[in-house]
Design a protein around this ligand. Structure first.
Ligand code: GTP
Ligand code: MG
Length: 199
């Protein structure tokens, strides 16, 4: 994908700060440290457009990035990760409601991309989230991350296991690595088709 522009639009701590410029949005969500910010950077060929860290809980705000990819202008949205035990309960609650207010009421949202580390099993956090999205009619896609962490022999087996855990999905899982760049074209194709559908 030819990336013509990639800029941070705004970082938000509250719903009232979300941008009003009407670009179609694709949001990345998933457990802390799963590789959301890294995938976003890899998709737009920028090393540190979205801040990444080996310390879970790096992304605490909702970051909106304006992207011009080929002929398409859109916003990629980096959501804070969930499931990080080391933050206080109060803080966790406020992140949870920030993410929820985004997903629940964000009209320009076209696709929610749920990320899953290839080495972990799906938990209720993921399955309930997918149900929640489906109930609200929000199109979603599961992207498996860090596939480079496993030897090629193990990769296929793990993907089949993850697929079995999830059961039938509207679209097949996409395996990716932000490091080796595996699967990034497939993610772009899925993003493009989700924008087409909703026009
Ligand atoms: P939060 O912002 O805390 O929710 O985390 P995040 O989901 O944005 O994760 P982030 O992109 O910051 O990545 C977390 C760690 O995983 C970093 O050390 C990354 O370098 C590493 N990482 C991310 N993607 C990959 C990948 O595809 N392969 C490998 N080997 N490491 C990765
Ligand atoms: Mg992040």
């Amino acid at each position: 994908m030819k990336i013509r522009a990639a800029d941070l639009l705004i970082s938000c701590a509250r719903e009232g700060q979300f941008p009003a410029d009407g670009l179609p949005e694709v949001a990345f969500l998933g457990r802390s440290n799963v590789g959301k910010s890294s995938l976003l950077n890899a998709l737009v060929n920028r090393k540190q457009l979205a801040r990444t860290s080996s310390t879970p809980g790096k992304t605490r705000l909702i970051h909106f990035f304006r992207i011009v990819a080929g002929e398409t202008e859109l916003a990629l949205v980096d959501l804070p990760g969930y499931g990080w035990a080391k933050v206080s309960r109060k803080e966790r609650k406020s992140w949870g409601s920030l993410i929820e207010s985004y997903l629940e009421r964000r009209a320009p949202l076209r696709l929610a991309v749920l990320l899953q580390d290839i080495r972990r099993d799906f938990s209720e956090d993921e399955t309930l989230l997918l149900e929640w999205l489906a109930e609200r009619g929000i199109p979603w896609q599961v992207v498996v991350t860090k596939s480079d962490k496993l030897k090629p022999m193990r990769r296929g087996k793990r993907l089949r296991e993850l697929k079995d855990q999830l059961g039938a999905t509207p679209f097949p899982l996409i395996a990716t690595s932000s490091q080796s760049r595996q699967g990034l074209d497939d993610v772009w194709r899925r993003i493009a088709s989700s924008l087409e559908e909703s026009r």
